[in-house]
Design a binder for this molecule. Structure first.
Ligand SMILES: Cc1ncc(COP(=O)(O)O)c(C=O)c1O
Length: 418
């Protein structure tokens, strides 16, 4: 194979870590739809189990199709190694449980996907792990929340659905000054727009169910390790054996060996296959997603029935300057929220969209809309909804890659119905 390191991102999405010769020259990675792999001798199986010889044993541990996706995503983020998981939530859970134990603290940006918020506030609490939530863009708040019990900092590179943009380089510096790693959920930005490792982050997680897959065909997640954090023994004593075994890859080894295998956070090989196909068009899709989103935000901003638009691409957005710098002018994401007169107006809008799908997902090539207050956030207290930036008059729009004119016309006619 050619030296993939020199390829541009748009080529890497298609060719990075492709080894057709390994697959009888098939141009797509085959789906290894098998639970286990057979061995001729007990000696060989023992060697593979003992890590003396590479190989595949059982698909909850490793699977060739999953491994092909891991290698592709590692190259797109510029990491060292990865583990793909059955969902984005499985990735987040595995990423954090591989670091924290009872009594530990996590400091996280408060702009979080709702299941992440519930995991942090309700579930981790039961394990004795405390998560302190701070304003993602308020560095002083992060600083004040860090204590000697802090084991990791966690943030979304574009907050879903608050649309705020943290300063990843400053957060990485703060984490490292406190001898802790920074984990970035890069789902909404994608590696096309933002590469957290280049800004100092140590670990990246994704829900691959979104833009990486791009077609709403498969749930999935990934934990990617930059292989740089050194896990000082006084602060992370549980890492000693992993460091002895894997050195710089101690973290991803622990994610895999301790959490992924035992919690069973495995990915279905078919899902990795579908995601690999989706990834091939990521760069092309993102170009259209980003330009459509900018045009949709500008259109909505001028519409008399729209009270406000929250999109980092608009100059009035508090996140605009940070997004421009961090995403190097490539764009501002393709997710936005906007406000109508009230909840009833949102319901009327949703009843009237014709092309745009009303559903609970984002990052699909199709445009998608949802009223989070009455759906995803229904179980939250009113205060918690507002903390998460959710209000009754808010709609969230994931802008797809259809013709902009068709998106505009659908928005126009649905707004006219209010
Ligand atoms: C930013 C972010 N992280 C994680 C997730 C969870 O991903 P999954 O649904 O694949 O578990 C989502 C889902 O919407 C998300 O938007």
């Amino acid at each position: 194979m050619s030296d993939t390191k020199n390829w541009r991102f748009d080529t890497k999405v298609i060719h990075a870590a492709q080894t057709p010769e390994q697959w009888k020259n098939a141009t797509q990675v085959p789906i290894f739809q098998t639970t286990a792999h057979r061995f001729d001798t007990a000696e060989e199986l023992s060697e593979v189990f003992g890590g003396k010889k590479p190989g595949f044993i059982y698909s909850r541990l490793r699977n060739p199709t999953n491994e092909a996706l891991e290698k592709r995503l590692v190259q797109l983020e510029g990491g060292a190694d990865a583990v793909v998981t059955g969902s984005g939530m499985a990735a987040i859970t595995a990423a954090l449980l591989a670091i924290c134990r009872t009594g530990d603290e996590i400091v996280a940006g408060n702009s979080l996907f709702m299941s992440t918020f519930l995991l942090f506030n309700n579930v981790f609490k039961k394990f004795g792990i405390t998560v302190k939530l701070v304003e993602s863009a308020d560095l002083a708040a992060w600083q004040a929340a860090v204590t000697d019990k802090t084991r990791v900092l966690f943030v979304e590179s574009i907050g879903n659905p608050k649309m705020d943009i943290p300063d990843l380089r400053k957060l990485a510096d703060l984490a490292h000054a406190n001898r802790a790693p920074l984990i970035v959920d890069n789902t909404v930005a994608t590696p096309y727009l933002c590469r957290p490792f280049e800004l100092g982050a140590d670990i990246v997680v994704h829900s691959t169910s979104k833009y990486l897959n791009g077609h709403g065909t498969a749930l999935g997640g990934v934990v990617i390790d930059a292989g740089r954090f050194d896990w000082p023994a006084d602060k992370y004593p549980d890492f000693t054996s992993f460091k002895e075994r894997k050195g710089k890859l101690a973290y991803i080894d622990r994610v895999w060996r301790e959490i992924h295998i035992n919690f069973g956070t495995s990915q279905a090989p078919l899902h990795s296959y579908l995601t690999l196909i989706g990834v091939e068009t990521l760069a092309l899709r993102m170009e259209r997603h980003l330009s459509n989103a900018m045009r949709v935000a500008e259109f909505l901003q001028l519409h008399p029935k729209v009270k406000w638009v929250n999109f980092p691409g608009l100059a009035a957005s508090p996140a605009h300057a940070m997004a421009s710098a961090q995403f190097q002018g490539k764009g501002y994401g393709a997710l936005l929220t906007f406000g109508l007169a009230n909840e009833a107006a949102c319901f009327t809008f949703i009843r009237n969209v014709k092309m745009i799908y009303h559903l609970a997902n984002l990052g699909d090539c199709k445009s998608l809309v949802i009223h989070p207050w009455s759906s995803q956030y229904l179980s939250f207290t009113e205060e918690a909804r507002r903390t998460n930036g959710i209000t009754p008059e808010l709609l969230r729009l994931s802008v797809g890659i259809e013709s902009f004119d068709d998106i505009r016309e659908d928005l126009e006619q649905a707004l006219a119905a209010i």
